[in-house]
Design a protein around this ligand. Structure first.
Ligand SMILES: [Zn+2]
Length: 472
C-alpha cells in the first residue's frame, strides 16, 4: 500500500478540518458529563451519544442492565462480502479526579495551549470522539451516495462496523462490556476490535515509535490474613501480627525475576533495530535474564512512568494496596490484613502466582499467612499475524513515514478480556501523534490529563484509513 492509496486522501482538506472541529466539540461535551466510576453514572453519556448517532440518522441502542450504568452500541452495514465485523470498542467511564493539583477544572474541558484538558481526555473519551468522527465520515459518504446509513451498506464497506462505548471499564467492566458479552453478544461479536491505549507515538532516543497494543497482563488480587498473638503493648512480642505483616510486605515488594514474553521480545528487538548502537545495546540488555543487568539497563534508559511500565512488563508484579492491623496503641494486634494487586504475564496461571507468593514468604512466614483470592482476570493476547495488525502498521507508516510501528503489551487490563471471550482479536489502537515532550503515559489517571489538538488531528484520518482499509 502506498500513501496515495490512502482512503482519507479522497476527502477534502476542508472536510477534514470540519471533522476535526466536530471531534473536539464531541470530546469536550463528553468530558463535561462526569462519568466518574464509582458510581459511573454512564447513562447520561450513553444517552448523549445515542442522540448524536440518532441525529446522524443511525439506529443506536442503549443498554442499562443496572440502574444508571448505560452503554451504547450501533451498527453500520457493509455489503457482507468481506467477513465478520470490525468493532470500535471504547468505554464511557473515567476514574475520579480530585481537583487538587490540576491547573484546569477536570470537568470543564478547557481548550488551552494546544490541548483539551480534563478527566477522560486520554482515558478514553478522546478515542470515543475519534470513533464518532469516523462514523460521521462514513455516514456523510453514505448520504452523498444517496443511501440511508441506518439500513443500506456504506459505500465501499464489505464488513459491518460495530461501535460500542460501554460502562464500568475502570472497575473491571462487569456491568458494561462484560454484561454485554454475556447477554447481548451480537452487539460485540466481530472478527477484530480496535480498543484503547495503543498506536500512540513515543519519542525515544531521536526516533518515533508507535507501539500497537497486542497483549495485556492479567490480574490476581489477594487478601492475605496475617495471624499473630495478642498481648499488652508494654511487653512487645515477636508474634505481633503487624510486625509479621511488615515482613510480608517487604518480601512481596521486592521486584521478581524478569521473564521475557514473545511480544516484549519482539518489541525490544524491533526497537533496537532502529536505535543508535549504544542505546540498542542497552535495550537488548533489558532482556537479560539476570535481574540486576536488566534493572540497570531499564534505569539507564527511562524514567518516571515509562521506567515503571517497562519493569512491570518484564515480570509478574506485586503491589501492596491495603494494610490493616490493630485496634488500640497498647494492644498488640493478633491479626493483620494485607491486600495485594498482582499483575501476571501471559503464561502465568493463578496457581503459579499463588505458589510464587508462598515461595517469597518462605515456610517460617507462610505458616502464619492465609492467602485468599479476591478476583482473577487472565492475560489477553491477540495474534501478531492477524491482517488487522498489518493494516494498522502500514497505515501508521503511510501517515508518518519516519515512525516505527511495533507490537507491545500493556501492563494494565482493559475490556479486551471481555470481548476476547467472544473470539474477537482485540488491539489497543487509538492513534495519536504526540508532541515529543508530552509525557502521555503520566496522564493516565493522573492530574492535568490532556490530549493534544494536533495529536487528534493526526489520529482521526489514521483511524478512518484503518477502518476503510480493513473493511474495504
Ligand atoms: Zn481506559
Amino acid at each position: 500500500m502506498t500513501a496515495s492509496a490512502l482512503p482519507s486522501s479522497a476527502v477534502s482538506p476542508e472536510a477534514w478540518a470540519r471533522a476535526h472541529d466536530e471531534l473536539i466539540e464531541d470530546l469536550r461535551a463528553l468530558i463535561r458529563i462526569p462519568t466518574v466510576n464509582p458510581p459511573g453514572d454512564e447513562i447520561r453519556a450513553a444517552r448523549h451519544v445515542e442522540t448524536l448517532l440518532a441525529d446522524l440518522g443511525l439506529r443506536p441502542e442503549v443498554v442499562e442492565p443496572f440502574p444508571d450504568r448505560g452503554s451504547v452500541a450501533c451498527r453500520l452495514r457493509g455489503d457482507g462480502t468481506g467477513g465478520a465485523p470490525l468493532l470500535l470498542l471504547s468505554h464511557l467511564d473515567v476514574v475520579p479526579a480530585p481537583a487538587d493539583g490540576w491547573t484546569h477544572d477536570p470537568f470543564a474541558a478547557d481548550v488551552a495551549g494546544g490541548y483539551v484538558w480534563g478527566r477522560g481526555a486520554v482515558d478514553m473519551k478522546g478515542m470515543v470522539a475519534m470513533e464518532l468522527g469516523v462514523i460521521r465520515r462514513l455516514v456523510a459518504e453514505a448520504r452523498a451516495a444517496g443511501r440511508d446509513p441506518a439500513s443500506d451498506p456504506i459505500p465501499g464497506l464489505r464488513r459491518d462496523v460495530l461501535f460500542a462505548s460501554t460502562a464500568d471499564e475502570e472497575a473491571g467492566g462487569f456491568e458494561g462490556a462484560g454484561w454485554i458479552a454475556d447477554h447481548r453478544p451480537q452487539l460485540l461479536r466481530a472478527d477484530a476490535a480496535l480498543n484503547e491505549a495503543g498506536g500512540v507515538s513515543m519519542d525515544f532516543a531521536g526516533r518515533r515509535f508507535y507501539p500497537i497494543q497486542v497483549a495485556e497482563k492479567g490480574f490476581a488480587v489477594y487478601r492475605l490474613t496475617v495471624r499473630g498473638v495478642c498481648g499488652h503493648g508494654s511487653m512487645p512480642r515477636e508474634e505481633n501480627a503487624a510486625v509479621r505483616a511488615a515482613a510480608v510486605i517487604t518480601r512481596l515488594s521486592a521486584p521478581g525475576r524478569p521473564r521475557l514474553t514473545p511480544v516484549m521480545e519482539r518489541f525490544f528487538r524491533a526497537a533496537a533495530e532502529h536505535l543508535p548502537a549504544e542505546t540498542a545495546e542497552l535495550v537488548r540488555r533489558i532482556a537479560d535474564p539476570d535481574p540486576a543487568t536488566s534493572t540497570a539497563a531499564v534505569d539507564a534508559l527511562c524514567t518516571g512512568a515509562y521506567r515503571r511500565a517497562t519493569a512491570a512488563l518484564l515480570r509478574d508484579s506485586i503491589s501492596v494496596g491495603v494494610v490493616n492491623a490493630g485496634v488500640k496503641y497498647n494492644v498488640i494486634p493478633g491479626r493483620a490484613e494485607v491486600q495485594i494487586d498482582c499483575r501476571v504475564l501471559p503464561g502465568t496461571t493463578e496457581e503459579q502466582m499463588r505458589a510464587e507468593l508462598v515461595a517469597r514468604l518462605g515456610p517460617e512466614l507462610a505458616e502464619h499467612v492465609g492467602i485468599e483470592l479476591v478476583i482473577f482476570g487472565a492475560p489477553v493476547e491477540a495474534p501478531l499475524d492477524h491482517p488487522l495488525y498489518a493494516v494498522m502498521a502500514a497505515t501508521l507508516r503511510d501517515h508518518d513515514p519516519e515512525g516505527v510501528p511495533l507490537p507491545i503489551m500493556a501492563p494494565f487490563a482493559t475490556d479486551a478480556k471481555h470481548v476476547e471471550r467472544l473470539g474477537v482479536a482485540t488491539y489497543g489502537f487509538s492513534p495519536l501523534r504526540n508532541d515529543p515532550e508530552e509525557s502521555w503515559l503520566e496522564r493516565f489517571h493522573g492530574i492535568d490529563e490532556r490530549v493534544g489538538l494536533e495529536a487528534l488531528r493526526f489520529g482521526l484520518p489514521v483511524l478512518y484509513d484503518v477502518v476503510r482499509r480493513y473493511c474495504g
